[in-house]
Design a protein around this ligand. Structure first.
Ligand SMILES: NC(=O)C1=CN([C@@H]2O[C@H](COP(=O)(O)OP(=O)(O)OC[C@H]3O[C@@H](n4cnc5c(N)ncnc54)[C@H](O)[C@@H]3O)[C@@H](O)[C@H]2O)C=CC1
Ligand SMILES: O=C(O)C1=N[C@H](C(=O)O)C[C@H](O)C1
Length: 246
């Protein structure tokens, strides 16, 4: 497969370049400036339209502004599009949804297989313990831009859909007021080189249940993203998630 990795010089993109090259794919990179990663040539972003002529799939781990800018040109070129970037507002999601009318778009906030399993376990835990308090804590490296993480938002969406109610997301706490039953606490930590940890706490009835996923290296995201690109090349235009691949 001819694969274009947008964000190829980044923390995650460079791992994706290594993973895809290691599987024998022909990889080119795109980033803000030209470079080389793992002997793979990285082109500046203005070269993207030309690189799409020979591409079988694009994988994008950048920033929401870049993804929004490139979605149109990738859709015009008719190339399947795997999006790992997080931190979109509603307008960003709309742009990707519009692209999915003409190409296959697979967007996931986390390409670790363990997180897909965690989402199923969260659903089961919340269903079994409907009255328990729910608190979410996520920890990432100090360079992460968006907060809460995309995965945290996905977990909270699963809690809401399981409870069939939108809990009020309380981001950290200070001052003097006790917890309301209608809220879910969301706690974000940024420190060092942590690859990504998510913990959901369910508490009530004198007991605690904690559900935790910890990524130990970015290779887990890279492997999932390349699995997704390999799978997506055979799909019809539409909107897909990582659970469709597994
Ligand atoms: N879905 C998942 O499993 C995962 C998602 N992510 C997400 O991926 C994104 C990137 O994270 P990191 O690799 O830590 O970031 P990073 O800051 O290390 O790398 C960003 C990359 O994007 C490129 N870039 C930035 N603006 C660009 C533009 N306008 N045009 C072309 N390239 C541009 C940079 O040159 C760099 O190569 C974040 O949104 C993060 O949350 C990260 C890990 C796993
Ligand atoms: O920026 C990161 O590093 C990560 N971002 C994703 C997110 O926002 O959930 C996935 C993973 O946790 C690593």
């Amino acid at each position: 497969m001819n694969l274009v990795v947008v964000g190829a010089t980044g923390r995650t993109g460079s791992e994706i370049v290594a993973e895809a090259s290691g599987r024998g794919h022909d990889v080119v990179g795109v980033a803000t400036t030209s470079d080389t990663v793992e002997d793979v040539r990285v082109y500046p972003s203005e070269d993207l339209p030309e690189l799409l002529d020979d591409a079988d799939a694009v994988v994008d781990f950048t920033v929401p502004e870049a993804t929004r800018e490139y979605a149109g040109v990738i859709a015009e070129a008719g190339v399947p599009y795997v999006v790992g970037t997080t931190g979109f507002g509603e307008a960003g999601i709309e742009t990707l949804r519009a692209a999915s009318e003409s190409i296959a778009v697979l967007k996931a906030s986390n390409f670790a297989r363990g997180v897909q399993a965690l989402l199923r376990v969260v659903e089961a835990g919340v269903e079994a313990l409907p009255d328990y308090d729910v608190e979410l804590t996520e920890t990432h490296h100090s360079g992460k831009r968006d907060a809460p993480s995309g995965t945290a938002n996905t977990i909270l969406d699963v809690v809401d859909s399981t409870r069939e109610a939108a809990l009020e997301r309380t981001h950290g706490r200070e001052g003097e007021h006790s917890r309301e039953d209608s809220e879910v606490g969301v706690h974000v930590r940024r420190a060092g080189t942590v690859r990504g940890e998510h913990e959901l706490l369910l508490a009530g009835n004198d007991e605690l249940l904690t559900l935790t996923h910890r990524a130990e290296s970015r290779r887990v995201f890279a492997a999932g993203a390349v699995d997704a690109a390999e799978w997506l090349t055979g799909q019809e235009p539409g909107w897909y998630g990582f659970d469709d691949v597994l």
